[in-house]
Design a protein around this ligand. Structure first.
Ligand code: F6P
Length: 550
């Protein structure tokens, strides 16, 4: 216990036991672990829903896992989990409940916030979204001139963009192919320009997605989109009602922007932005894939929610994945975590996870308001695997950093592929299996020499191995499987935040930049006063103004 009476995570006996265990283990050799236990491959797997999880290629023994679970028990990860599912205000710095799990609860579930069951409201919005999505998909909802909607443009940023954009890509083969769906997020005008330049305003629906409806990038882009629409449709303000809908928690701001609140799809302050794409924020996705597929996705989320809520520690997959991250981040000094999907459709998955994980667990102050003395969230990164193999895998294989990685793959290609393209799937998956094999077991100097490699090249061609990976394998990438995957990562992030004793549900770290941008903007105009700026920014602004001819 500290002088201030607090027990710190790194002073608990469980933490100390893990540190000692790490010392004792020394350099773990995966070759040795597999030699000692020939069934390790099959024995270190778990199943959740459709996801087969292989964690055999981790630098852990059964003892490591037991000690990690003891740490989780000591800090009461499951207690916090239960408080979250009960709707308690576990987001303490914003005094909010954290109930994204209610977004995918079945109709008859009862989940209370401040004594009120929120599930009927969740389903009322889902029903309203479904009705609207069907009207757009069928052509019943028309634009101002009576033309059918053929283009849907989601304007939002962060959680109001990354989730639906990622899921739209992931489920592209399930989308209505006669609809063009695009996502605009960047306040760089080029983003909106490129998104709408070949679209007909008469056939375009804008979905303005913003939890707060105050986010400057989104409001600026939405304002420009409205001008583009009105310019294209002869300036009749009445057109806005047919071409703009809003997704928000803030009805006042939506009305203030000029969108009829009848065309607003609501969600609630207990849904964090990065946990929101299965709320109204998913409307663009629902229009693209249809309400039934969207429901399947929600059921996938719910399945993993139930697993996380009820599975014992030994078989609880989010707990396991979260604790493995703690093991590497806190006891191996790993700084980053790679997510490597072997599916072209998951090309935006890592970008989505960056916000989910890094905005949640990028904190240096604990729940008690004091500086933490241990590492918190890792840098999360990745791109589809085969492309990465020809880019940055070199560093994972032979660099000096330990980079734990998740490999995500599917047994079957999507149905839509021609026979010829589908036949490429085995090659894709051969790479998937080969990479984790190479990362784990490497290639010894003896093996290199046996190939006749000259001695001066032996060290260069040796692979040390012992690079830890989790393999996540499912039959195919369906809406349900996508929901399962996302929920798995949501809860993994939760577990880590709980262990590190940080509030994973606030994001104060994004505020300062927003405030300063507002202050800097006026200084960019011709003749503006720059006296209030710091020396560095003042000089940069002067150069900018010169280059802009101001
Ligand atoms: O980046 C900060 C943030 O608040 C994210 O958490 C959020 O997802 C994003 O901005 C967008 O916010 P909003 O949905 O309110 O426009």
């Amino acid at each position: 216990m500290n002088a201030d009476g607090r027990t710190r995570l790194n002073q608990t006996p469980e933490w100390t036991a893990l540190a000692e265990h790490r010392e004792e283990l020394g350099e773990v050799r995966l070759r040795e672990l597999f030699a000692a236990d020939p069934d390790r491959g099959a024995g270190h797997t778990l199943q959740v829903g459709d996801l087969h999880i292989d964690y055999s290629k981790h630098l852990v023994t059964d003892e490591t896992l037991r000690l990690l679970r003891e740490l989780a028990a000591a800090v009461d990860v499951f207690g916090l989990r239960d408080a979250m599912f009960r709707g308690e205000r576990i987001n303490t710095t914003e005094d909010r409940a954290v109930l994204h799990t209610a977004l995918r609860a079945p109709r008859d579930a009862v989940i209370e916030v401040d004594g009120e069951n929120v599930v009927p409201a969740v389903h009322a919005v889902l029903d309203k979204m479904a009705g609207f999505a069907e009207r757009v998909r069928s052509g019943e909802w028309t634009g101002h001139t009576g033309r059918r909607i053929r283009n849907v443009v989601n304007i939002g940023i962060g959680g109001s963009d990354l989730g639906p954009a990622m899921a739209y890509e992931a489920l592209r083969s399930y989308t209505a192919r006669d609809l063009t769906v695009r996502f605009v997020s960047n306040v760089d005008g080029a983003d909106l320009h490129e998104a709408v330049r070949d679209l007909d305003p008469a056939e375009t629906l804008f979905i303005v997605a913003s939890k707060t409806f105050t986010t400057i990038e989104t409001i600026t882009n939405a304002t420009s989109a409205r001008s583009w629409l009105l310019d294209g449709l002869g300036g009749d303000e009445k057109a806005v009602a047919q071409h703009f809908v809003a997704l928000s928690t803030n009805a006042g701001k939506v009305a203030g922007f000029g969108i009829d609140t009848a065309n607003m799809f609501e969600f609630w302050d207990w849904v964090g932005g990065r946990y929101s794409f299965d709320s109204a924020i998913g409307l663009s996705l629902m229009i693209a894939i249809g309400p039934d597929r969207f429901r399947e996705m929600l059921d996938g989320f719910h399945l993993v929610d139930e697993h996380f809520r009820t599975a014992p520690a030994e078989s609880n997959v989010p707990l396991l994945l979260g604790l493995l991250g703690v093991w590497y981040g806190n006891f191996h000094d790993a700084q980053s975590h790679a997510v490597l999907p072997y599916s072209h459709y998951l090309s935006k998955f890592a970008a989505y996870l960056q916000q989910l994980d890094m905005e949640s667990n990028g904190k240096h102050v604990g729940r008690d308001g004091t500086e933490v003395e241990w590492q918190t969230g890792p840098v999360v990164w990745g791109t589809p695997g085969t492309n990465g193999q020809h880019a940055y895998y070199q560093l994972i294989h032979q660099g000096t950093k330990l980079i734990p990685a998740d490999f995500i793959g599917f047994a079957r290609p999507v149905d839509e592929l021609s026979d010829e393209l589908a036949s490429q799937h085995d090659l894709l998956m051969a790479n998937f299996f080969a990479q984790t094999q190479a990362l784990a077991f490497g290639k010894t100097p003896e093996e290199v020499r046996a190939e006749g490699v000259p001695e001066e090249l032996v060290a260069h061609k040796t692979f040390k191995g012992d690079h830890p990976t989790t393999t996540i394998l499912a039959k195919e990438l369906t809406p349900s499987v996508l929901g399962q995957l996302v929920a798995l990562y949501e809860h993994k992030v939760f577990v880590q935040g709980a262990v590190w004793n940080i509030d994973s549900f606030d994001q104060w770290g994004v505020e300062l930049g927003k405030v300063l941008a507002k202050r800097v903007e006026p200084a960019l105009t011709e003749g503006a006063d720059v006296a209030g700026l710091d020396g560095s920014t003042r000089a940069l602004v002067a150069t900018y103004r010169e280059l802009r001819g101001r």
